[in-house]
Design a protein around this ligand. Structure first.
Ligand code: ARG
Ligand code: ZN
Length: 872
């Protein structure tokens, strides 16, 4: 049941037009589909049969050119309907009638019920759960959709494109018809029906067209759409200004639904969103939520070109649209806030989570070669590493060259379903360059390692760079990649040192590493400089270079590259933490490091820097990221060492943390602007350090902030401080938070997550009792992620408890979810994927649970693929 990229063949038939009619009902929706089919001139097969995909459908009737087919004319299986003979020499019409049950659809793929509204999710292969179809992205059709439903229960009826008619019917029913003028693959089809309110606005495009913008939500959420709407307008303007891309329909609709497997979906003209990425009010959403909303609204909007107008030939090409669109949304978010801060956040996420994926049993190239279940390949690799690969093209070609490549790509392929190869080719052709070696980034998995050695002699610095890449599943040997390395040098006083590279004088350069080992020579330096390599994280690699703590502290003070300045701090802290881990493992007593204390004192005293950036400089590397750098992950020692650093910094600098806290603390209702966000970030970072002191003063500080907060950022930060300490008011604060917010599902999610990620000893018991909480629901993905996902993926200390309780807990949840929602179940299995990185006792415990999962009856493809590949 594995599908291979190498087996791709063009479709035998094409469907030019689709006419859909839905008679909507919670349990018995009737679907009529009229398909205008013709043989594909590019077909390579001689078969006279037409096979349409379809799953979990009840067939009512089927006809060909108006003639009802008899049972002997076709074959039905669990996954397809094959009509034995269709005309090969002329277009023909297929009419299908079938019934589906949205209420029974807890997998949330196809047509399903979310609260009281009906909605769809078709990417990747959900359309086949609506009706039989050529459900593959290289079949592009023009859709008209007529929705019929009870007018009271479903007053709002939406689908893609423009509304072309509406009317009343007998029996209290009504209908609305929609037409999408753009041909599209069926994965971009959507419909929504329900009692929805909407917020309306408009946008005038650069060429003067007026676009109606509408965000649909349940009535109690209309007051939380303002930020999403503003974000949409910002994204529309940004794409015009940055890529010269304009919106193409007269209407852009967004619907927010409570039950959604992923973040959001770019259906043509009718995006469906997880409420988490739409709804925000300062008292219910944090500053990070505001940022994520803007990012995801941008992402789905940008798909209108990178994904919809130019789509994917097959699902192996997923990164063609996702990597590119993530890159675009990263650029957008950076431009909207602070490019420096955004870059650090993105790299941090990539290195903490994608690097782990790339180093484990599920590693795959950004263009995978095989899959069992495509939904399992909506991964950090395809999305985030895919974005890094696009970013490297941007770095290598420069902003203008990259833009020319994009222009050519969109012009050449508008209306087509294409491949990653087509994208790279457009970049080459527009720039007159050759990217043959660069293409290996699409086919090779694993995180490359760069080892750098330096030699300085008479004004000349020689860097010797070696690249290698560890083996990954099915890829034992790797070829050298084309790696852009952006670099600069610092003089002894911290100022940029000028140098000559290939005859040109510069302060910064991007060099291309293409060999397994390569030498780079920089001349005209007056003294031996401190090198700053891989600036802006110019390639998704691990960099190894010998540096002492003083050199790291120097870079942390002076590097003009904001990414590398932060990175130097992270390296410094990591190195200290690894020293402490060694001490813990050897039973030595721990001592604080004065170099780090002084570096942090300087950051706290530096009144100049951007406050959000300063908060990042004060952040300690994540426990998961630290674990990723150990041969055998020692969860307890990592936690203990990291907490020791937090406590020693808090102890040595308590006056500074208090001063900075007081300087930036304001009782505010929480407006979302860069300076207010920065203030809150920095202040709450200080609060977190002060909490480590476990002193009455810091308890009071956290409790006071919690009780008086008028915005969610401050409220949840304070609650986190309370919960992650021995604060005596903990139970009371948690309780009052729940009572205050029990009607706001997204805030209740935060309440679950906070407890699931707590590092205090009682956490596992709390998680188990939260499973019994009336607000917990296995059928709501956000809730499952907020408790089960948060515990297993963001609480290494307790999830990896030596006794195996965390593992058994997760496997039990996976088995329950397997029948309810295979996609979410498969995501949860991910918690076990890194089992090889732990000690033998834990390995045995984790593999036992993985085997228990694999042996479960009626195992979904989704779970089977992740669990079995994890064990392999
Ligand atoms: N294309 C969507 C996005 O990234 C993701 C939808 C994926 N859904 C899924 N079930 N695999 O914006
Ligand atoms: Zn996307």
């Amino acid at each position: 049941q594995t599908v291979y990229l190498k087996d791709y063949t063009p479709p035998d038939y094409l469907i030019d037009q689709v006419e859909l009619v839905f008679e909507l009902d919670e349990q018995r929706t009737l679907v009529r589909a009229g398909l205008d089919v013709r043989r594909n001139p590019d077909s390579r097969s001689a078969s006279e049969a037409l096979t349409l995909f379809g799953e979990e459908l009840l067939l009512v009737g089927i006809s060909l050119d108006g003639q009802a087919l008899a049972a002997g004319d076709y074959t039905l299986s669990d996954e397809a309907l094959t009509i034995h003979r269709v005309p090969g020499d002329r277009p023909f019409r297929i009419d299908i009638e079938n019934i589906i049950d949205p209420q029974a659809n807890t997998a949330l793929e196809g047509l399903y019920l979310s609260s009281s509204m009906l909605c769809t999710q078709c990417e990747a292969q959900g359309f086949r759960k609506i009706t039989w179809f050529l459900d593959r992205p290289d079949v592009m059709s023009r859709f008209t959709t007529k929705l019929i439903a009870d007018k009271t229960q479903y007053p709002v009826l939406l689908s893609n494109g423009n509304k072309i008619g509406a009317g009343n019917l007998d029996g209290g029913r009504h209908w609305v018809a929609w037409q999408d003028p753009f041909a599209k693959p069926c994965y971009l089809f959507a419909l929504v029906a329900g009692q929805l309110e909407y917020v309306a606005d408009e946008f005038t495009t650069v060429s003067g067209r007026r676009i109606a913008l509408e965000i649909f939500v349940e009535a109690h959420n209309v007051d939380k759409c303002g930020h999403a709407m503003q974000s949409l307008k910002n994204a529309m303007r940004w794409d015009e200004e940055t890529y010269g891309l304009e919106y193409d329909l007269d209407l852009y609709m967004i619907v927010a639904v409570d039950h959604f497997n992923m973040g959001a979906m770019e259906n043509k003209g009718l995006n469906v969103f997880n409420t988490k990425f739409v709804l925000a009010r300062p008292d219910t959403a944090t500053d990070s939520d505001y940022e994520h909303i803007e990012g995801v609204i941008g992402h789905e909007y940008f798909h209108n070109w990178s994904g919809n107008r130019v789509t994917c030939r097959d699902w192996f090409q997923l990164s063609l649209k996702e990597g590119f669109t993530v890159f675009r949304d990263q650029q957008f978010s950076g431009d909207r806030s602070s490019p420096a801060v955004k870059r650090i956040e993105d790299v941090n996420m990539l290195r903490t989570r994608q690097f782990a994926e790339d180093a484990g049993p599920l590693a795959h190239p950004i263009r995978p070669e095989a899959y069992i279940e495509i939904n399992n390949f909506y991964t950090l690799t395809v999305y985030e590493k895919g974005a890094e690969v696009v970013r490297m093209l941007h770095t290598l070609l420069g902003a203008a060259g990259f833009r020319q490549g994009c222009d050519l790509y969109f012009k050449r392929h508008d209306g087509q379903a294409v491949t990653c190869e087509d994208f790279v080719k457009a970049m080459e052709d527009a720039n007159g360059v050759e990217l043959t070696q660069f293409r290996r980034w699409y086919s090779q998995a694993g995180t490359p390692v760069l080892e750098v050695e330096q030699a300085f002699d008479a004004g000349r610095l020689t860097l010797t760079v070696k690249q290698s890449c560890p083996p990954t599943p099915n890829q034992p040997e790797k070829l050298p990649l084309h790696v852009p390395i952006k670099l600069g040098f610092l003089a002894a006083d911290g100022s940029p040192a000028r140098f000559q590279y290939r005859g040109e004088f510069c302060e910064e350069a991007t060099v291309s590493l293409t060999e397994a080992e390569q030498r780079f020579v920089f001349e005209s330096l007056t003294e031996k400089p401190i090198v700053s390599l891989l600036r802006g994280f110019s390639a998704p690699v691990t960099l190894k270079i010998d540096r002492d703590p003083e050199e790291l502290a120097f870079l942390l003070s002076y590097d003009s590259d904001t990414f590398n300045r932060w990175e130097a701090g992270q390296q410094l802290v990591s190195r200290i933490i690894f020293g402490l881990i060694a001490d813990i493992q050897a039973g030595r007593t721990l001592t604080a490091n004065p170099v780090l204390t002084e570096a942090f004192r300087a950051i706290l005293a530096d009144a100049g820097a951007d406050l959000s950036y300063r908060a990042l400089l004060l952040s300690l590397p994540d426990e998961g990221y630290l674990g990723g750098q150990m041969a055998v992950v020692d969860v307890e020692a990592i936690h203990q060492a990291r907490e020791f650093v937090r406590l020693s910094l808090a102890t040595a600098l308590s006056a500074e943390f208090q001063r900075v806290y007081a300087e930036h603390h304001q009782d505010e209702s929480g407006c979302f602007d860069a300076s207010a966000v920065g203030r809150r970030r920095l202040k709450n970072a200080c609060l977190s350090y002060l909490t480590a002191l476990e002193k009455p003063d810091s308890y009071a500080l956290a409790e006071t902030q919690f009780r008086s907060a008028r915005n969610m950022t401050d409220q949840i930060a304070a609650l986190s401080a309370v919960v992650n300490s021995r604060n005596p008011t903990k139970a009371d604060c948690l309780d009052s938070f729940y009572r205050q917010w029990q009607r706001e599902a997204l805030v209740v999610d935060k309440w679950f997550t906070l407890q699931a990620t707590c590092h205090m000893p009682e956490t596992f018991a709390t998680v188990q009792s939260l499973m019994q909480h009336p607000a917990f629901d296995m059928k709501t993905p956000n809730r499952v992620r907020s408790l089960v996902g948060a515990f297993s993926q963001s609480n290494p200390l307790h999830f990896h408890a030596r006794n195996g309780d965390g593992y058994r807990f997760l496997a039990d949840r996976v088995i329950e979810l397997n029948t309810l929602n295979p996609q979410i179940a498969a995501r949860m299995v991910g918690g076990f994927a890194q089992w090889r990185r732990y000690d033998t006792d834990r390995q045995a415990l984790m593999t036992r649970e993985l085997r228990r999962i694999v042996e479960t009856e009626h195992l979904s493809k989704d779970v089977y693929e992740i669990a079995s590949k994890s064990l392999a």
